[in-house]
Design a protein around this ligand. Structure first.
Ligand SMILES: [Cu+2]
Length: 215
């Protein structure tokens, strides 16, 4: 709408506190819009655009990581070496099992195979030698510790601990688990993904990236 030249600028008296709330609301709405669009389309391009717009602030403390069919929200994170992280990993699917693995150099030769496959998809498992505390297990299908140094909070039976493959909590539909750790001194870019159903989930887009900044 065109403003008349002689119209005085509108500067309502808004207390500082209220202005801050309004900014928070606007940012929150934009983020919700992106989440909604991702839910509808699950488009990598859209997510990349969102990352460009909003950046990727360093996460520390509690972060919710949601598994859907077949993508994660968020599908990128930025951590800093030495920071304390509490990842609440939750499977939002009503029908599908999902896991969270993290590493480098996925073996893409497995992608063409069917039937029984080796479970160690990453040539390098991020969690090797990393102290991790697991708690609040709910509807866990299984948990593979691999070479992580794991402390279990509560009865170990609830975690259904298995051997073989990468570090991977696998959740039944609606399941969740709390993964607590200090970001190890492994800076750089790491990938995460779900290899359930012979890597179909990963191939379909169920993957993400973590940028780890030096301390
Ligand atoms: Cu999955």
């Amino acid at each position: 709408m065109n403003k008349l030249p002689n119209e005085p600028p509108v500067e309502p008296e808004i207390p500082e506190e209220q202005q801050w709330s309004r900014r928070q609301f606007l940012v929150g709405s934009a983020a919700l819009g992106v989440a909604g669009a991702v839910t509808l389309f699950g488009r990598q391009a859209l997510v990349d655009a969102a990352r460009g717009l909003f950046g990727s602030p360093v996460s520390s403390g509690t972060v919710h990581l949601y598994a859907y069919d077949y993508y994660y929200i968020p599908n990128y994170m930025t951590w800093r070496v030495g920071d304390q992280m509490d990842i609440i990993f939750q499977n939002q699917s009503h029908t599908h099992w999902h896991e969270w693995t993290m590493g480098r150099h996925v073996n893409e030769a497995y992608f063409q195979a069917f039937g029984n496959l080796p479970a160690d998809a990453w040539a390098e498992d991020f969690w090797d030698g990393v102290p991790v505390t697991l708690s609040d297990p709910y509807n866990i299908d299984n948990f593979v510790p691999n070479k992580a140094i794991v402390t279990y909070d509560g009865p170990k039976a609830l975690f259904n601990i298995q051997t073989g493959g990468d570090f991977s909590p696998t959740l039944k539909p609606g399941g969740s688990i709390h993964i607590s750790f200090t970001v190890p001194n492994k800076p750089g870019i790491w990938d995460y993904g779900c290899f359930v159903q012979q890597y179909i989930h990963y191939r379909t887009g169920m993957r993400g990236k973590v940028m780890i900044l030096p301390a």
